[in-house]
Design a protein around this ligand. Sequence first.
Ligand code: URA
Length: 195
Amino acid sequence: MAYMDWDDLSEQCRKCTACDLAKTRNNVVVGVGRPDAEILFVGEGPGEQEDLKGEPFVGRGGQLLDKMLAAVGLSRQHNIYIANIVKCRPPKNRDPLPDEQEACIHWLREQVSLIRPKIMVCLGRVAACRIISPDFKVTLQHGEFIKKGNILMMGTFHPAAILRNPNLKPDAFADYLALRDEIARVCEHTVLNWD
Ligand code: URA
């Protein structure tokens, strides 16, 4: 199905009952940021805080994500969009099941066709395996840019993984620096924001 515009997509997505996650959610977490962004970040699915607030990455992981983004001039307010593979919270923060991903992935596809990003960044294994390649290994392949269609794709560590293992921070930060270089190379109107 093709959605006429962003409001139409958000409205329809918020009403979705295509899988059982609809029964336990408080909010559908459609996404946040600038619909005209050239860079799209994708996580796996909302956690408790996100479900309560209706916005992606607002818990502790989200605060860390915002810090890493700010270090390279990016923010959800200014120059990126953030979405998830599934828009409703999986109970107890388990990984979204293949069926749930399958039922939900068309919303992300619609978001991609409206945003038309130049770069997509997959946060963690679930997003990278779904979007880049089913056998993606974050520990081995993080920070590598792969072109699929017209979009440059990169997988990096999920912020929650970095919170669990702070030794990952330097490698994660290197990925954000590499992202900044790719933005300079391929993006046309992205302005990095340093305040
Ligand atoms: N983890 C995710 O993958 N997405 C969110 O929105 C929050 C936590």
